[in-house]
Every structure is written in C-alpha cells, then in structure tokens.
Design a protein around this ligand. Structure first.
Ligand SMILES: [Zn+2]
Length: 413
C-alpha cells in the first residue's frame, strides 16, 4: 500500500498546499517549491511541513516524473501519511532542522497563538512554555494566559500526542483549576472512522468537539483582536463546524470548552435529567412532570404525570437507576440495602419485585438480594401478582433501560 502525503503547510503563509496543487503546479512553481524546501533544510528553518504530523517535508519527483510530497528522514512513523524514510539523493537527515525537527508546525502554531493572545483584550499574562509548578508535579503548556479572568492552558495537538499524556495533562490542569484548550491545525472533516485516534482522544475530552486554527481563523483572530477557533462536531451523521470566539464557548465541568453539546441517546438524556430532579431535598416537581409527559409522548400513551405516579413508576426508576449506579442516587441513605428495604416496604411496589431482582443481578448488586431483610421481602412478594409485559410501566422500563433487556446481556439463570 502506498500512502500519499496529501497536504502540507507552507510555514511562511500558513496556507495548505495539497498534493494535487503540487501536481498541477507548473514547472516554475514546482521548481520554486523544490528549491525552497532544500534551502530550508540547509538553513535549518523548515518551510513546508506535513499537515498531519508537522514534520518538515520536501518535494521530490517520482520515477514517473511527477512531483510528490515526502517527509524528511526521521518523521514520526505513526503519521498516517508516513511515506517511508527517503532513500534518494535528496535524503538529508532532519537533524539539520535546528531544534525544530520535533515539529516545525507545532513550533509555528505556538508562537502564532501567543501573538494572537497578546492582541486579545480578554487575555493577560500570556506566556509560551512557562512551567506551572505544584507539589504534585509540573507541566509546561505550549501557551498559557489568563483568559476572561481564568487561567487557561493551550496545548497543540498535531498527530503525535498519546492518550496517557493527554489524560495526565487534563488531570493536572483540572486539579489546579486551570482551563485547557486542545488546538489542532486545519482539521479536515472526514468520517470518524478515518480520523486519527489522537484527534478522537481530544475530541472526546472536549465533549465531542474539536477546535482548530487555520489560515482563515488566524486572520479573523488578528483582525478582531479575539482568539477565534474553528469548532467541529460530528452530529446527526455529519460534521458541523463554525468559527467561534473563545469568549463565546461553553466550558465543561473539567474546564474544557465545547460549542456543540453532545447528544446522547434519548434514554441517557432522560436519566441525566431525571436523577437531579428527584433528589430528596432538592426535588423539582415541575421538571419531573415534564419528563413524565415526555415519556408518555415517546410511548404514545395518554398517561398523565399523576397516572405514572399512581403506577409507582418514579419509585421504580429511582431504585433502578440507583442499582445501576451501585449507590442510592436520590436519597440521603448511604447504602442500597436501606433504599431497597424502603422500596419493598411500599406495598404498591411489590409488583416490581421481579424486575427489582432482575435489575440487581444485571447491575452486579447481588449482595443486596442476599441481605436477609431484602430476601425476606422478596419471598413475601412471591404471592403478589407481578407487573405484566406490555403494560405502560413495563414498556417504559424497556425504553429507559435498553441495555438491561438486550439479549446479550441477560444474566445467567
Ligand atoms: Zn506527517
């Protein structure tokens, strides 16, 4: 399999030059590029770099006399466009690129970011590679600043940062109350399956958003005196993207920005909203009613919130979500035994004994069933008629806990 180095960045203009551009360039332009690449190697200042890994490249001719892009020797072998070490007379070790061979693009973006932030009225204390020191270690963000009053680290992600490094940085900044923005260069939308894992890793850090700079966003940042990034997110089977000033983004609880909220499956969204509104000391009846109406809509039934209440669905959901979490979520009880006992002490809930038992097993909470007090109540419930299939409550459980009932996940009898 031959791989094509599809696009490079001209570090002088920050514009991309694709392999098609190179193919279609006339003799004069091609030879200009060819000479510049070689001169840059001789002077130790990279001119053209791979748009994926940021490593310097040159533009030799293939045996068929067509020009193509090729990494200089020493490029990271995990670059998706890695073209093998050169063996032509053009071969010159990238050691010659001063200290920049680790990533000339990385180096360039770092100082571009600094320049932009120095001009941004919301940014103060802008610094490049300044240590953040603490008892538990130190980190040196590519660029840091106080942005909108909050200390913020900017880390450039090209193609090479590995997940353990990413997670360690995120944990460090979060524990020090420092916000973190991962920035890529000129991100090209592709189907998620074709995106490098190192991009997906930061994509998931940012609640499934990705931020990149490119020649246009740099120009807009400079013109507006406001750092402007391009935000990307894969939603509804397609990539969305837009330019956004860093002042306007939202920040997740870990201190990473996002623009497009994640869209979880409906049952996950329901759970996320249900649990907080059922907190014993902070319940939100209005919200709860709305959620129950939404559930009726989904199931195409006319049941009102009061109907669901008299069916005891809320109590069933509370205990099931708690079993799933392995701890009581809505009450101040500190263990599941207490919560399970209260649940089974409610005579209207005894019709749920079987689904309770099934859920406890499925969510690996068998110890709850073994507790004598719980076992006794389950025994007593054997004479009670159990919830039947196709009742609204049973359909609601199927809808809200699809993983519970999927064939692969059935507990062994
Ligand atoms: Zn590369």
């Amino acid at each position: 399999m031959t791989r094509t180095l599809k696009s490079v960045v001209d570090l002088q203009t920050m514009n991309p030059i694709s392999w098609e551009d190179l193919l279609n360039a006339g003799d004069r332009t091609y030879n200009q590029i060819r000479r510049r690449a070689t001169q840059s190697k001789q002077s130790g200042t990279a001119r053209y770099v791979c748009a994926q890994c940021g490593f310097p490249v040159y533009a030799p001719l293939a045996p068929n006399k067509r020009p193509y892009w090729k990494h200089f020797a020493g490029a990271p072998v995990d670059c998706p466009w890695w073209t093998g070490d050169p063996n032509s007379p053009d071969n010159v070790s990238a050691q010659q690129f001063g200290g920049q061979q680790e990533g000339a693009l990385h180096h360039k973006i770092k100082y571009l970011l600094e320049e932009i932030l120095l001009e941004d009225n919301e940014a103060t204390d802008v610094a490049v590679e300044e240590y953040v020191l603490s008892k538990d270690g130190r980190r040196r963000p590519d660029v840091s600043a106080i942005y909108c009053g909050v200390r913020t680290a900017f880390e450039i992600q090209l193609a090479t940062t590995q997940l353990p490094v990413i997670l360690a940085k995120e944990a460090f900044y979060e524990s020090h109350g420092i916000r973190l923005v991962w920035v890529t260069w000129d991100f090209q939308n592709r189907p998620p399956a074709d995106i490098r894992q190192s991009f997906l890793d930061i994509y998931f850090s940012h609640d499934e958003n990705l931020f990149s700079l490119d020649a246009q966003s740099v120009a807009i940042s400079t013109a507006n005196h406001s750092l402007t990034l391009r935000a990307h997110a894969y939603r509804d089977n397609e990539w969305k993207s837009k330019l956004v000033s860093l002042r306007e983004v939202s920040w997740n609880p870990s201190g990473l920005p996002y623009v497009y909220p994640t869209t979880d499956p409906w049952h996950v969204e329901f759970e996320k909203r249900w649990v907080p509104c059922r907190k014993r000391y902070d319940c939100d009846y209005q919200r709860e009613k709305e959620l129950l109406l939404e559930l009726s809509d989904r199931l195409n039934t006319d049941l009102s919130p009061d109907d669901w209440q008299s069916e005891r669905l809320p109590s069933l959901l509370d205990i099931m979500y708690s079993l799933q979490a392995g701890r009581p979520l809505m009450t101040s009880q500190d263990n599941l035994f207490g919560m399970s006992n209260s649940f089974l002490d409610t005579s209207d809930c005894l019709k749920f004994a079987k689904i309770f038992e099934f859920s406890a097993r499925r969510f690996d909470q068998d110890q709850v069933l073994k507790r004598a007090s719980v076992a006794k109540k389950l025994k007593a419930a054997e004479s009670v008629v159990q919830m039947e299939k196709n009742t609204p409550v049973s359909l609601a459980v199927r809808l809200l806990f699809p993983q519970l009932l999927s064939a692969n996940n059935r507990p062994k009898p």
